[in-house]
Design a protein around this ligand. Structure first.
Ligand code: DGP
Length: 114
């Protein structure tokens, strides 16, 4: 999508600090980290959020989850624990309308979900 920030990052038009990349997915460090490890996992294909993701293949959606787990491993936060968060829509404060998983770790999280 022409004016999508994460599409531009996926295309290399906007720089990012990549931690993983393959044909379908990209993982890069969040510009405003909320934890010592804060990586975003996105599909390279534009999908606006979880509601629209229902139209995508099971394989693509599973691949995003596997990528999040692989990032947790490569970032060294599997043993200590990590959180995977994905915001959808205004009430959830999704600020970038391109599907993404936040992989957060490296510190103890609050017990609150919101
Ligand atoms: P959300 O609020 O769930 O839509 O998360 C969007 C995240 O994207 C937020 O944590 C900040 C991050 N972000 C926004 N702009 C950029 C950028 O240009 N580069 C990187 N690396 N991250 C960005």
């Amino acid at each position: 999508m022409n004016d999508c920030l994460f599409c531009k990052i996926a295309a290399g038009e906007i720089p990012s600090t990549k931690v993983y990349e393959d044909d379908e997915a990209l993982a890069f460090r969040d510009i405003a980290p909320q934890a010592p490890v804060h990586v975003l996992v996105i599909p390279k294909k534009h999908v606006s959020g979880w509601y629209d993701a229902q139209h995508e293949s099971d394989a693509m959606l599973a691949h995003l989850m596997r990528t999040a787990a692989a990032v947790a491993k490569s970032e060294g936060i599997v043993e200590s624990g990590f959180r995977v968060v994905s915001n959808c829509g205004a009430d959830a404060q999704q600020s970038v309308r391109h599907l993404h998983l936040h992989v957060l770790g490296g510190r103890a999280m609050s017990g609150e979900m919101a």
